[in-house]
Each structure stands twice: as C-alpha cells, then as structure tokens.
Design a protein around this ligand. Structure first.
Ligand code: ASP
Length: 579
C-alpha cells in the first residue's frame, strides 16, 4: 500500500505543487467528460477533491489511496463551502484498498435515518462529520477534566466493577458468580462507597473518570451505562468541593467554546423550586413562577381554596388560540394538576377568562399587579398543595419557553441546601433525596432528633448540592456522614435496621470505627456535559456505541441468550416467560 503523506482535510493552497498521497473513503464520485471523474475523498479531517482516471471502477465508500499533485482548481469549480475547496489533487493515480457495498444510508446525507439502522451500522454513522467532531470534542473534554483534576492535586484511583450493590436509588445490573453459584455481583451504580473508603484510607483527594451502570428507563439524557467525573476530598466542606468541580467544568467548557464561564452562581433549593418549579432550573429564560397565595387568601372561588396559588405570565401571549389553551390544560392535568386557569388581559385592563366570574375585583386587580400583567399578556394559574403547584408550573414553564439546546448560552448553576428527605413512603419512612450517606445541615439536626412527624422531617435540609446546566442535572454531591452514630441514626430513620445496614454497608460502618476524616464529594455526568457543550439534544450522539431507546444494541445483538452450558456453570435456570 502506498504510504499516506497527508490528511484530506488538511491540504490547502500552501501545498500547491506537492505530490501527495491521501487515504480514505469515497464520499462522492462524479463523471467529468469521457475520461475523467471527480472523487471526493473523506478521512477524519475532511474531504478533498481528486481528479482521477475514469477507467477506475470506483463507488461510494470504496477505500482508496490516491496519489497526485496538489493544484489550484479552475475558478469555476472552486467550492467555498469546503475548506479545501480552492484546490484539488490532479492527475491522480488510485489504489483501491477495499471495495464497499452500497451503504444502507447516505453518510453525511443529512437525511433522518431510523435510530435502529444508524446504531446497527454505527461504524458507518461514525464516519459522519458530526460523529467525528462529537467524539473528538468528547476526548478533548475528558482530557481537560483529567488535567484539571491533576492540576488540583487529585489522584485517579480505579475502583472495582464487580461489587456489592451501591444505593444510588436505581435498579442494579447483576452478574452471576461462577465460583459461588446463586450469588451475584452488582455492577457499580457509582463508586460511592469505595471513594468514601479511599478517604478513610488517607487518599485525601480522589478522582476517577468512572463508568457507572443503572438499570433505568432510557431517555434523551440517560443511558444504562454512563461516564461520570467522580471525586471526593477529605477535611473539606461543600464549598471547597464546588470550587474544585467549578474549575473542572470551566476548563472543559473553555476547551470547547474558547470562553471561560463566569463564576457559577448558587441558589438554595427552596428558591429554585419557588421561582422555577424545578430543582434543575433552566435559567436561560425568565417566565418565573409568581406567588399568588395571599391574593386569593379569602377567595370564594372553590378551585382556589388551596394552600398554594401560583402563576406564570407570558408577555404578549394573549393571542394564543382556544385549541392550544385546551392542549396546555390537558398537559397540565397529565402532570397532576387539577386544572389550569388562564386569564387574558385586554386593552383597558379588563380580563377574559372562563373563571373570571368567580373572582372578586380585588382578586383580579391583586393578581394583575402581583404578576405585573398588562394589555396583551396572559397569566396561567394553578392552585393546590405547594408540591404539585410548583411541579406543574415548572413543567408548564419549560413547555412555554424553553429554548433549543444550542441557543441562549451556557448557564451553569449550583443548587444548594437540598432537603435531606424527598418524601415519605407508604410505611411512613422518609426517602433520602440524595443517598443515605449525606450529612444533614448542622442547623437542622434538632429537627431530626426532636420529631418524627413527616412534615417536619421533610423540612430538614441536607448538605447536598447539584450542578445544573441549561436545565439538565449534570451531577450531585454532598458532605458525607463520617460518624457511625449519625449514620446509624439515618439508617434507622430510613427504615434500614441495624441488621440490614450491617449486611449491606457493614464494611463502611466498620471502616468508620478506625478513624474516618470528615469528607465531601461530587460526581457529574460527562456524557451530559459533552452533549450540552457540543449542542446535542441526546447523549447518544456523544457516545460511540450507545443503546437504542429500548436498551438494546442492534449492532452486537445484546442482550442475548447464553448457552445452556454457561447457565449450568453459573447454577442458573431460565424460567419460561410469564404468561
Ligand atoms: N455517588 C453520587 C452519584 O453518583 C455522587 C456523589 O454523591 O458523589 O450521584
């Protein structure tokens, strides 16, 4: 094979007169007169036009080595859309290195190709400029993050993949043990417990670009397998952890955009919920939730006799049609609202609404002034308990105003002071909002010991924090409990008794007997960060070999059955499908 001297996309007018050899795939072939053909040759750097002898039988995606002399293109054939559009390789000789069948979809054809077909032939999809660029950006981001952590004196430690279950709240992927039939390993949902053990082990500043596995339904921002930047530090508080992580994500952002983000603002969880109806607010746009409970405190309108009334105003939004309003109402109901009230403001401040007749004048004027609503505006109102109100309006806000992924800049945000518990289960046990190793807020320890009333428990703040970017949760972390007795108390409150906690987390509790330093940490999803930085709506586009929406890999056919002998060896028997 003739040796490559240059990459296609890197040739320029500086190379005119040089004899070069480029290697790659045929992106396009066009006849030129009787004896010549134009071949656009593609490699990972781009495309260059080659003028070759017509005698060659060359088709799309053939693999060629092309040798010829770089020359200026005739003025009429210059292509300003192509970086190499002012030159071509002339009088080229061609060596066919591989022939190719017609591909199942046109590469770089910009046609929508079915997801399963793309992933079944992912190696062809990877040839596209989009995937080449995305994977390079991903590699650059990974490298920037590693460099940043190393510069901040963190040590990369690899933790095991075959472990006992980690409680991140998702379903485990399990691996049967051959040497201990009937027993199973779990694949890590995160390296959480190992990084805490690293702290007891005096590593002091740990990080890992960690692969994690969670058996949850797949979504645009979720695959079974994902990559996290996982970190933990000793003798440090949440503020120090956030500073380290801010530095790493800023370094990653700068590598891609050329701009360093401003310092990342912080917002308490309760403020995020009240203003944006979300613990991962997309602060690229306004449409904030407005508090109206007081306005309707003495209302006769039954639907508004609720503990919370809030609304969203859309400026100049009153020209929305009845059909769309009905659709919004249906959506709000599917999110859990009892109803959605809309009120349009007319030219002289008069309002139009199906429920205007149930509101007093004072309520209407109070509402308009609280929402600063003027002619042409529309207000959407929801009344219920606080949680459903903020939940529904948070989703409505996204529906009404969320910009596409690549518009509105990159708005990082730290959400701090999460509650310790997110809810109470049917048995009255509180459910942890983060994971059970999160330290309660020191000022709220009282609430934790004084009372078991669920309403009070839900008020306990934790020292947990999330990093949010454009409405996506990039990651979570917390100050950890490093004292056995507090950890046991939290386990007890979560309904995990001593026997169970000993069985599941005994190794951590035992380690804490031997001197555990105070420690805190964080992990953020690299797939999500890359997707947002390169402007992709789905993390699949920044993963070389992703699964489809249904969790399958049509390329390798995973998951698939295994041999009877393998099952025997593992002591497993597969039941017939439930009828
Ligand atoms: N282990 C947590 C997670 O994967 C992150 C952390 O608390 O450090 O979400």
């Amino acid at each position: 094979m003739t040796k490559r001297t240059d990459y296609c996309g890197q040739l320029s007018s500086d190379d005119i007169g040089r004899t070069v050899t480029v290697c790659g795939w045929v992106a396009k072939r066009r006849e030129h007169g009787e004896f010549l053909a134009f071949v656009d040759l593609r490699d990972r750097t781009g495309i260059v036009q080659c003028v070759v002898d017509h005698a060659h039988d060359i088709r799309s995606e053939y693999v060629l080595a092309v040798t010829g002399t770089v020359r200026e293109r005739p003025a009429e054939t210059m292509n300003t859309d192509l970086p190499t559009g002012s030159i071509e390789i002339g009088e080229a000789t061609v060596e066919i290195l591989s022939s190719a069948e017609p591909p199942p979809f046109q590469i770089d054809g910009r046609v929508d190709v079915d997801e399963t077909i793309r992933i079944r032939h992912r190696y062809l999809d990877l040839r596209t400029g989009r995937m080449q660029q995305n994977l390079r950006s991903r590699a650059a981001i990974n490298a920037a993050i590693r460099r940043s952590m190393e510069d901040q004196d963190f040590v990369e430690v690899e933790t095991p993949m075959l472990i006992a279950s980690t409680p991140e709240g998702a379903r485990d992927f399990v691996v049967p043990s051959r040497l201990s039939p009937g027993d199973f390993y779990a694949l890590p949902q995160s390296p959480q417990l190992f990084k805490q053990l690293c702290m007891v082990g005096g590593i002091d500043r740990y990080y890992q670009v960690a692969r994690c596995m969670r058996d949850e339904d797949l979504r645009a921002d979720r695959q079974f397998e994902f990559t996290q930047l996982d970190m933990e530090m000793s003798f440090a508080d949440g503020e120090q952890v956030r500073a380290v992580v801010s530095e790493a994500v800023s370094d990653a952002t700068e590598i891609i955009t050329g701009d360093r983000p401003d310092s990342i603002p912080e917002m308490p969880w309760i403020e995020a919920m009240n203003r944006y109806g979300s613990d991962k607010p997309d602060v690229r746009f306004g449409l904030e939730l407005v508090e109206l409970t007081e306005v309707f405190a003495g209302t006769d309108f039954n639907a508004f006799k609720a503990s919370t009334v809030k609304g969203i105003k859309v400026e100049s939004g009153a020209d929305i049609g009845r059909n769309q309003l009905d659709q919004l109402t249906d959506k709000a109901k599917s999110w859990g609202a009892k109803g959605l009230v809309w009120i349009k403001v007319g030219p002289s401040g008069e309002v139009t609404s199906p429920v205007a007749k149930f509101m007093s004048e004072a309520e209407i004027s109070g509402l308009l002034s609280a929402m600063d609503a003027n002619e042409g505006d529309i207000c959407y109102l929801v009344a219920d308990d606080w949680r459903p109100v903020v939940h529904v309006l948070g989703l409505l806000r996204l529906e009404l105003g969320r910009p596409p992924v690549n518009e509105g800049g990159l708005r990082f945000l730290w959400v701090v002071d999460f509650p310790l518990f997110q809810d109470v289960d049917d048995d009255g046990n509180p459910l942890p909002a983060h994971h059970p190793f999160t330290m309660p807020h020191s000022e709220d320890l009282e609430l934790l010991s004084n009372s078991n009333a669920p309403a009070d428990l839900l008020k306990v703040r934790s020292q947990a924090y999330d990093l949010v970017l454009n409405g996506w949760e990039l990651g979570s972390g917390s100050v950890r409990i490093h004292r056995r007795e507090i950890q046991q108390q939290i386990f007890n409150m979560l309904g995990i008794n001593e026997e169970e906690s000993q069985k599941k987390f005994g190794f951590l509790m035992d380690a804490f007997r031997y001197g555990a330093p105070p420690h805190a940490g964080f992990a953020f999803g690299i797939d999500r960060l890359v997707a947002l930085l390169v402007g992709e709506e789905n993390i699949r586009e920044v993963i070389a070999f992703p699964k489809t929406q249904s969790g399958a890999d049509p390329l390798t056919n995973a998951p698939s059955s295994i041999d009877a002998s393998q099952l025997d060896e593992l002591g497993l028997r597969v039941l017939p499908p439930a009828t």
